[in-house]
Design a protein around this ligand. Structure first.
Ligand SMILES: C[S@@+](CC[C@H](N)C(=O)[O-])C[C@H]1O[C@@H](n2cnc3c(N)ncnc32)[C@H](O)[C@@H]1O
Length: 330
């Protein structure tokens, strides 16, 4: 079972082949994807009645570019932190995506939907541009030519999300903008000291938390960074990410098989179901402010799951994706 995935996993352990499995993440190499993701998070936050004008935003796992964060900056965010474990983003990709994002927002394009990105979630009732959230007045300010230039400068000044770092991650991986616009990229970020405690209004992630190994420590770091009243907005995908022909087939692999499949990859999937996230979120001290789960009743029957997933709840068993919005109590 999973033979070809085991072979791939073992290949990542061979000298010279370790990097082949993690060169690209997909998704944020497209400006339209980044635009769609950021607007989806804003719509969900607005729906829950939380502040849709955060000024300081952090993103976990931006992937191939920091385009989703650039979309955030183009809607009025002033300071953006990107936290990844592998340095996927590069300045040229970021700049290309940025220019396209400027056009998308200037033209108030509709939110790209599942016809274009079949797996994108959370699903929205409407893909119209959310004028009620981003008014013409807000956007006139956020997209003023001088402000756009300031964001571009913040990116340009730093051709280097480059391989300079290692010794002093906090300093060398930092991209500095002018006083008003700040962009900072940390890869890998592991030390929670990279961001000041209680300095962030909003943290978001898209298709990332299912990959995080140290979930408890990560939720604690997110809690530490958020100011009281700040919130986090996450979309999580519980599917097998192509590692089985069934969406839930990753829960059928034994721990040994899974270790072989993972090999030496820096991240794969943590195989935790939604309730693990929900429990950790609450245990860390957050209150859940919104939730949107999607179910899938196809896939393998629960009696074929590996021993460690035998007690998975019926609800977890069918939850293929979940959007969760949680607030740090004021
Ligand atoms: C499937 S990609 C998603 C990328 C992007 N958010 C998107 O929507 O396309 C998963 C990303 O999570 C990152 N990642 C994995 N473990 C992480 C961790 N512990 N902290 C931060 N990012 C992590 C990976 O490096 C990768 O960039």
């Amino acid at each position: 079972m999973g033979f070809k995935h085991i072979v791939k996993g073992i290949a990542t352990c061979l000298p010279g082949l370790g990097g082949f499995a993690c060169r690209k993440t997909g998704g944020t190499d497209s400006a339209r994807y980044c635009y769609s993701v950021w607007l989806r998070h804003l719509v969900m936050i607005h729906r829950a009645g939380l502040d849709i004008r955060p000024k300081v935003v952090a993103e976990l796992g931006p992937g191939d570019s920091i385009g989703t964060g650039l979309a955030a900056l183009l809607t009025g965010v002033r300071e953006y932190y990107a936290l990844d474990v592998v340095e996927y983003a590069n300045t040229q990709a970021n700049l290309n995506i940025f220019e396209e994002l400027v056009s998308l927002f200037s033209e108030r394009r509709p939110i790209p939907g599942r016809d274009e990105f079949p797996e994108i979630t959370p699903q929205l009732n409407s893909c119209k541009f959310p004028h009620e959230i981003l008014t013409d007045e807000d956007l006139a300010e956020a997209l003023a030519p001088s402000r756009i230039q300031e964001i571009r400068n913040a990116l340009l000044r730093n051709t280097g999300v480059s391989p300079v770092r290692k010794e002093n991650m906090a300093e060398t991986a930092m991209i500095r903008g002018k006083d008003t616009i700040k962009i900072r990229y940390f890869a890998p970020w592991y030390d929670s000291g990279v961001i000041e405690p209680e300095s962030v209004d909003m943290i978001f992630s898209q298709a990332v938390l299912e990959h995080v190994e140290n979930l408890a420590g990560t939720y604690e770091a997110l809690y530490r960074w958020l100011r009281p009243g700040g919130f986090m907005s996450h979309q999580i995908d519980f599917g097998s990410h192509g590692l089985s022909k069934h969406w839930n087939g990753h829960w059928a692999y034994s721990d040994l098989t899974w270790r072989l499949i993972k090999g030496k990859r820096p991240w794969l999937i943590n195989r935790e179901p939604y309730s693990t996230h929900r429990n950790l979120i609450e245990k860390t001290g957050f209150e859940i402010a919104g939730e949107l789960k999607a179910d899938d009743m196809s896939g393998i029957n629960r009696n074929r799951l590996a021993a460690r997933f035998a007690d998975i709840t019926d609800d977890d068993c069918k939850t293929i994706t979940a959007y969760v919005l949680a607030r740090k109590k004021a």
